[in-house]
Design a protein around this ligand. Sequence first.
Ligand code: 3QA
Length: 230
Amino acid sequence: MKIAIMGAMPEEVAPILEKLGEYKTIEYANNKYYEATYKGVDLVIAYSKIGKVFSTLTATTMIEHFGCDRLLFSGVAGGINPTLKIGDLIIATKLSQHDLDITAFGHPFGFVPEGAVFVETDKDLISLGKTVAKEMGKDIQEGTITTGDQFVHNEERKNWIEETFKADALEMEGASVAVVCDALNIPFFILRAISDTADMDASFSFDEFMESSAIISAEFVMKMVDKIVE
Ligand code: 3QA
């Protein structure tokens, strides 16, 4: 077993590296990958850089180059569902790309031929996540996450995304990681803690809460790893 743990920004993986203490740094494909052994299990940790392209590259590299056989994503997100408050966790059940648009040809938003609007995440990892949450006495929501190469910070775009994809949260990497893992048959888990609500105050909220929310998500993901290696 070799578990990939990825984030997009340095702050999203820093708490994980901190917990591991000792790791080896490998430079590959213009990025840094951190290898560690944790409770006898091999881990590969990396932050991809922001957006769908970089996260596709990193997820693919972790699987195809480093040989990871499952992938856990940890990070922050903008909340859409009003029940999600700053610091709350959401487990993705399915993901879509809100900025993928060939509607000019009669296709729905988020769809390209031979693809699908939604990619579903691994059921076993979701139920493991729920078990971990229960043991921690933590409230955790499951829901739909949508991804695009945009930091959303206005009500209009947010509402359109909500209506079009029935999404509970949005971010910039989940769906691309999902496409990679789905295509390569790698069980994957996408966890996000809310840093803002994608409205006009989003950038301020993000600056204030991204670090604390990233820690909440990272700590949960490490509890998942504990459970997987148990
Ligand atoms: C965007 C980060 C990207 O990796 C996606 C955070 C939280 N709130 C969001 C929102 N819209 C879209 N995505 C998100 N992550 C932050 S770019 C800021 C970079 O600052 C999830 C996310 N409202 C770097 C310093 O200049």
